[in-house]
Write a new protein. Structure first.
Length: 202
């Protein structure tokens, strides 16, 4: 029997696939900073180039999670012409309506990252670089990750010390809200967290 999460993801995929198939692929590619040729949109996602068939929505290579596939379809439909990513970074609570879901975000993203990587900086470095991450200069270790051409995120880790436990911060570039709504960015953070943990386990 299909569980509630699987059903939610399936319905979201159906929704965004229908929207994708009804949209103009050349325009989507142009706005998304992707390429369009011979009925195929090619978009950078982390370290990969994902080819999306305009006629069917089929993706090659297939993203690691169904959630990532949904986010690709969503990004292609919501992205705007404004240049991105931004040069500064924002906490989730600073995004539109982000304060409404900040407790869940803290648990599902920040705490999950600190628990997995707070004492394993090398595992974090390896995972981040597998995803095309570029080192930043924040915290004890940090990386900027290119989730999409116009949406980058920054993950910062601090090791535990005598006074404080290990901690993590997940930030979004300051133009991200032009290209995806806050609910989508929340899911984007969850997808990134899952990928980092998965890549570190290989």
């Amino acid at each position: 029997m299909e569980d509630s999460l699987s059903r939610k993801l399936r319905l979201a995929h159906e929704k965004y696939l229908a929207g994708f198939l009804a949209a103009n692929p050349e325009k989507m590619a142009e706005l998304a900073a992707a390429d369009y040729e011979d009925g195929v949109i090619t978009i950078a996602h982390f370290q990969e180039e994902i080819a999306v068939e305009a006629a069917t929505g089929e993706m090659t290579p297939k993203p690691k999670q169904l959630l990532e596939e949904i986010l690709i379809l969503k990004y292609l439909q919501e992205v705007q012409g404004i240049v991105g990513p931004g040069n500064d970074y924002l906490a989730f609570v600073q995004l539109p309506f982000g304060s409404h879901h900040s407790k869940a975000f803290q648990k599902e993203v920040s705490e999950a990252l600190s628990e997995r990587f707070g004492a394993d900086f090398e595992g974090f470095r390896v995972a981040a670089e597998k995803l095309g991450g570029v080192p930043a200069k924040d915290g004890d270790i940090s990386y900027i990750l290119p989730f999409f051409p116009k949406i980058h995120v920054k993950v910062i880790l601090w090791a535990a010390d005598e006074e404080f436990p290990a901690a993590a911060s997940f930030l979004f570039d300051n133009k991200c809200s032009f290209h995806m709504d806050t609910d989508g960015l929340n899911e984007l953070a969850n997808a990134t967290t899952a990928r980092l943990i998965a890549e570190a386990s290989k």
